[in-house]
Design a protein around this ligand. Structure first.
Ligand code: S3P
Length: 174
């Protein structure tokens, strides 16, 4: 039996993991889990408040705890936070039951999606566009390294992307 029965979406902030994940879960009749949302529910405060009050390291420890928990459940589409690849342990847990899909977007696409968004603590800087390009440059090799499948989302509608993912998955999940 195929034990890869979760679909895990990784990728930069603003690449569409939550929107695409929700739609994909609906199509596959899987449940949908957003790791950031789960962290907020368990902490009782927003991601921004966690960063402001306790710092990034504390957020990363919460993130790793949540990933460990949600990786154990079957038949889910899991949308992860963009920094999930900073700790390899997260990927090891997610890969136990999951196929890792990297939603690849250009820095321009990401900037367009996030230029009016103030909910990402790492992007509360003067030059958001430059910050996106700089963090993406550091992280892209990790997203690529951990991905089982890479899906290009730049200039594609959510529908087209989801159809592309379904085709790519083929017989890879139940
Ligand atoms: C982060 C991405 C965010 C959230 C936090 C840190 C990151 O999630 O986990 O703000 O380090 O890239 P999204 O990718 O859903 O924005």
């Amino acid at each position: 039996m195929n034990n890869k029965i979760n679909i895990v979406l990784i990728g930069f902030m603003g690449c569409g993991k939550t929107t695409i994940g929700n739609r994909l879960a609906y199509k596959l009749k899987y449940s949908f889990i957003d790791s950031d949302k789960r962290i907020e529910e368990e902490a009782g405060i927003s991601i921004s408040q966690i960063f402001d009050t306790y710092g990034e390291d504390y957020f990363r420890s919460l993130e790793t705890d949540i990933i460990k928990k949600i990786s154990k459940v079957d038949k889910q589409v899991i949308a992860t936070g963009g920094g999930i690849i900073k700790n390899e342990q997260n990927i090891i847990e997610l890969k136990k039951k999951g196929i890792i899909l990297y939603l690849n977007a250009t820095a321009e696409h990401i900037y367009n999606n996030l230029k009016n968004d103030n909910s990402r603590p790492l992007l509360q800087v003067e030059d958001k566009q430059a910050e996106i390009a700089s963090i993406l440059k550091q992280r892209a090799p990790l997203y690529e390294k951990y991905a089982d499948i890479i899906i290009d989302v730049t200039d594609h509608s959510v529908n087209t992307t989801v159809e592309g993912i379904m085709m790519n998955l083929g017989g890879k999940c139940l």
